[in-house]
Every structure is written in C-alpha cells, then in structure tokens.
Write a protein that binds this ligand. Structure first.
Ligand code: PHE
Length: 342
C-alpha cells in the first residue's frame, strides 16, 4: 500500500510538470496516461494486490488519481487549442490590412499655395490665438469702442468675458507682430477666423484667411501693387488682369479692394462673377498711421502695406466646389478627392 502511495505521488508530480506545445503532444499524454494500455489503467490494476482491509482506502486514492490525470488532460487540451487560435491571430504570413492613405484638406492646399508664392518674395509666416482680446482684434486696428465699422464684421463674443472675441480676421496677428518691435516686418498671417453669419452654401460662421504685412522705411503703394501683381500672375496665370477699387478699412489709408478677371469665364461674364467679368479676391491698403503708433512704431519713419484674402473662395473656384459647407463636414468621400504634393 505504501508502495502504491509513493508511486502515485511520483506520477502526480510527473503529470503536473508535463506541458504540451501542441495538440499532438496532448494526444501523446492521453495515450501514455489515460489510454487502454496507459499508466492510470495499469495502476488501477494494482487493486488486486491490496490487502482486503485496505481496499476501500486504496479505491478512493486510485479514483482520485484517475480524476487528477483526467483533469490535467482537459487542461492541456484547452490550452493547446487556445494556443493554436492565438497562433492564427498573429500569423505573420497573412497579408496585412492596408492603411488608408490620407490627403491634405483643400483649404490647406490652397493656403500652402498662397503662402509659398509670398514666401518667394521673402515673407515669413506668423500665427496667433483664435480667441483674441478686443485690443488686438479691434482697438489697435483703429477701431475704438462703438466705432461703426465694427459692424462690418459680425463678431462672436466670449460670454464669460466680453473683452474676448473669436478673432474676426487675422489682422490681430499683424498687431502682435508689430508689438514685438522688430523691424522691418515682412510676414504672412494665415489662419481661421470667425464671423456670426448664417451658415449657407456661400457663407459660414468660420473660414480661413491669409493676411500679409510689410513694414519698412519708404514702403509705398507701388510696392503693394507690385507684390500683389506678382501674386496674381503666379496664382492665376499671366493673362489675368487686375483692377483696384478704392475701398474703406479703418486700419488702412488709402484702402482698396482688388479684383481679377474671372478665371471661370475669362472676363466675358458668368454666374460666378455675376456677369461682371471680375472677381473680388482681396482687401488691402497702406497701414494707417494710428495703427503703427498703437504698436509703438514711429509713423514718421516707417510705412507699410497690408492685405487680406479668404482661402475658401479661391479653393471653391479652383476645385469646382459649389457648397462652402463641404469644407467643414469632414466627409472622407469629399476629402479624399484632393491630392497634391504641397
Ligand atoms: N482684415 C480685413 C478683413 O478681414 C482684410 C484686410 C487686411 C484689409 C489688411 C486690408 C488690409 O476683411
């Protein structure tokens, strides 16, 4: 009986220590221990050698041993099948899922195009906050409180602090650059701006602008015109004609709006240009002396020009997009149609 107990303890250790790498080894385990010629059966056969008064106890021990071997077999079986399944999910020979290739947003493409043209003239890029204080968005730009021209731009005010607005133009970044006091300045200010307008196919409560600023000694209106001529030729082609119309902005004097011959109909008149043959593309002018002094720049020594244009409209015309809202809906079917290196 003691012999038998020792033997069973040894078997149990062996069974516990056994591991199977695959189903084949599990099957080998079954044959060795639980098969018709297996060790468990053979050990059960030892019953006949046990003294009659110990048979009851021996029976229990042998049964328990059998259950032990069977339980281990189930365990090995479960983990071996699991292992095979895990093997499947990391099968490195399977072809991978292709990653969808993104594309740049059409507004970004147009922004980059505009920026790269001016960069060739030595303009650097400056950015600033979209939540602005009243001073940078209005005050410093010669738009004191209650100035009627504030109504030109329907403004979103921040409820908690009416001194803060969502910037209505990136001219606020021009102020921030001028305040730094490093002259000359030749900078572009691209960015998102906000105006409280009803969302429709033709207008939105936010859109994007590129503004530009050049300040140095002896900067003249002729410099402004030459810079913008260069831009138009690069952007819309050599044959496009340009005209300046006198206009009004509180922060520039004199001010102008610039039109180009309609790049859809070539000037003969179509729906895009409302049959006029001209499309307005930007506002510009010589920086108002008050704006320079507001930023600590001596207007007797320095002059400068500024201009500002929207990005969405040229993007709509270039890509034939007829609804402004498409730019902000993040519909992949729309966005994936735009591919470009820049
Ligand atoms: N800030 C003007 C706008 O938002 C554009 C502009 C910039 C006009 C610079 C003149 C000079 O519409």
């Amino acid at each position: 009986m003691d012999n038998l107990l020792n033997q069973i303890a040894g078997y149990k250790n062996e069974i516990s220590a056994f591991t199977a790498a695959d189903e084949k080894q599990v099957e080998e385990f079954r044959i060795k221990w639980l098969g018709t010629k297996g060790i468990v059966k053979a050990t059960m056969g030892e019953m006949k050698n046990v003294a009659p008064e110990q048979k009851k106890e021996a029976g229990q021990i042998l049964n328990e041993f059998k259950q032990f071997a069977e339980a281990r077999y189930e365990e090995l079986k479960a983990s071996a099948t699991g292992a095979v399944q895990t093997g499947f999910s990391i099968d490195i020979s399977l072809p991978g899922d292709t990653m969808p290739l993104g594309s740049r947003h059409p507004v970004t493409l147009m922004r980059n195009r505009i920026v790269s043209i001016f960069q060739r003239l030595g303009f650097a890029v400056a950015e600033g906050p979209e939540i602005e204080d009243d001073w940078h968005n209005f005050g410093a730009l010669n738009l004191p409180a209650h100035h009627p021209a504030r109504d030109m731009q329907d403004t979103f005010y921040i409820q908690q602090n009416p001194d803060w607005v969502l910037r209505t133009h990136t001219s606020s970044v021009q102020i921030r650059e001028m305040e730094k006091g490093k002259l000359p300045i030749r900078m572009l200010m691209p960015g998102r701006v906000y105006r409280n307008e009803t969302v429709s196919a033709r207008s939105h409560c936010f859109f994007h602008q590129v503004e530009g600023l050049y300040i140095d000694e002896n900067v003249s209106f002729a410099d402004l015109k030459q810079t913008l001529y260069f831009f138009v030729k690069e952007m819309y082609g050599k044959d496009v004609k340009v005209r300046f119309r006198p206009s009004y902005f509180p922060f520039t004097e004199p001010s102008a709006e610039m039109d180009v011959t309609c790049f859809i109909c070539g000037g003969s008149g179509c729906n895009i240009c409302k049959k006029t043959g001209w499309v307005e593309i930007l506002g510009c002018g010589m920086v108002h002396p008050n704006v320079l002094s507001n930023c600590g720049i001596d207007p007797n020594k320095y002059t400068g020009f500024a201009f500002g244009m929207g990005i969405e409209r040229p993007a709509m015309l270039k890509y034939g997009v007829n609804d402004l809202r498409l730019f902000s809906e993040n519909d992949v079917r729309f966005l994936k149609q735009f591919t470009s290196a820049i």
